[in-house]
Write a protein that binds this ligand. Sequence first.
Ligand SMILES: [Fe+2]
Length: 137
Amino acid sequence: MTNEDVIRDLNAALAWEMRAEVLYGHYAAYVKGIHRLHLKPFFEGEAAESATHGRTVREQIVKLGGTATTDRDTAEIVHTTDYKVMLREAFETEKQAAASYKKILALPDLDSELHDAIEQISFMEKRSIEELTHLLE
Ligand SMILES: [Fe+2]
């Protein structure tokens, strides 16, 4: 494993966090009806969490001497005002995020500080998946 491999995977995670931040911000703005009461703050919290994760990942890329991407992942952000579609899209987004961190954690000879930083984010992604699973029930 070279630094380039780690940087490539960190950049993929960063791009996905930037997409997640936009997705949640978008849904917080468009969620309608009675569910807006709960879901607007929920989506805003998730947007803030994505920004925090993005910041952590970016800092790790800088530490490795890499160039952090400024482009979000190109996967489509589905526009909708249907809160159930929003929750499903959020769930898929978190699953993808968790997978990208799992991939990084599986890299051999990962620096221990980097491993810890990514592991903490990974735990938070798992919590988000659990929460969204309950919201979708
Ligand atoms: Fe995240």
